[in-house]
Structures are given as C-alpha cells and as structure tokens.
Design a protein around this ligand. Structure first.
Ligand code: PNS
Length: 163
C-alpha cells in the first residue's frame, strides 16, 4: 500500500503554499490524502463542496494525491485511513505555537499517530487562506498565489475582477 500521509486543514481556499507542502510531502510519502475538516471551528467562505471541487481540480494531475473530507477527530480519521502520519506545513515562527499545541494534543489523543512538519518554500511564506480572502474581498489580484480555479471562484464569490 505504501506510506500514506493525511494532510488536514480548512483549505478555505487552497493556496499555492498548500500545493507546495503536498508536492514536498509526495517526496516522503507514496500517497498524500488532502482532507478537509468538516467540523472546523472557523466560519468558512466556501462550502465543503466548493472546497472539495477546488482541491480536486488543483490535484487532478497528481496521481499520488487523494482529496477527501472528514468529520470528528483527525486522529480517528488517520486510523480509518490506515495512514502513517499527519502532514502539516510550517511557514514562520508564528505558526509554531499553534502547530506544536495541535501536534501534542493529537499525540495525547492517540500516541501512535505522528505529525510530520515540512517547511513551505520561501516564496509562499507570506501566503495564507485568510490573507488571500482579505485581498480578494477588496478586489486584489490573487493570481500566482492560488491555483487558477481558486482565482476564478474568488472572483465569483466577491464579484470582483481577478483577471
Ligand atoms: O487549516 P487549519 O484550519 O489550520 O486546520 C486545522 C485542522 C482542521 C487541522 C484542525 O482543526 C483539526 O484537526 N480539526 C479536526 C478536529 C480535531 O481532531 N481536533 C483536535 C486536534 S487539536
């Protein structure tokens, strides 16, 4: 079956930073399952279905990537998927505290589930889903920061010119 990593997140929306982490993950794992948490704490801009569609389009030419969503605890999903690890990307120091807390909590919930962190490429260090949404909301051009399908969907959502 090979080694499997679950890359969980809100992906609201997926950014080029996320894509970079997936590509790096595929150098270590045979399969990367990009999984949207259905019960996220944040109020999303895009519905689960919209986010799944954007992820599917983004990774359609990458056979090692599977797109999915899950309910409940991440560690339980990792076990159901028979995955070997959770994959998370790190940008700057500011991500560390939250990621550290989450990784230790997940380990406490299931001591067999490991978290692997990969550094995003430097060119994506300032990109986050939140900052993309903020820029797009006020008509900012997000091309080159998110996949083309996301640019299109942001434009539809906000009715602004992204082209
Ligand atoms: O992209 P995000 O919003 O930083 O991702 C956070 C996510 C979805 C990975 C996290 O909230 C999560 O794992 N949610 C599932 C519920 C769960 O297992 N929570 C306990 C882990 S601390």
């Amino acid at each position: 079956m090979g080694r499997i990593a679950v890359y969980p997140g809100s992906f609201d929306p997926v950014t080029n930073g996320h894509c970079d982490v997936v590509r790096r993950g595929l150098r270590l794992f045979d399969k990367v399952v990009v999984a949207i948490a259905r019960n996220g704490t944040k109020t999303p801009l895009f519905t689960i279905e919209e986010r799944l569609e954007m992820l599917q389009e983004t990774f359609k030419e990458m056979p090692g990537v599977l797109v999915d969503s899950f309910d409940g605890l991440l560690v339980d999903y990792v076990v159901r998927r028979q995955a070997d690890a959770i994959l998370r990307g790190l940008r700057a120091v500011s991500d560390f505290e939250y990621e550290f807390q989450m990784a230790l909590m997940n380990r406490k919930l299931n001591k067999n589930v490991q978290t692997v962190f990969l550094m995003t490429g430097l060119r994506w260090i300032y990109i986050s889903s939140s900052i993309i949404k903020e820029a797009a909301q006020f008509g900012g051009d997000t091309r080159g920061m998110v996949p083309d399908i996301v640019c299109k969907k942001l434009k539809q959502k906000f009715g602004t010119s992204q082209e």
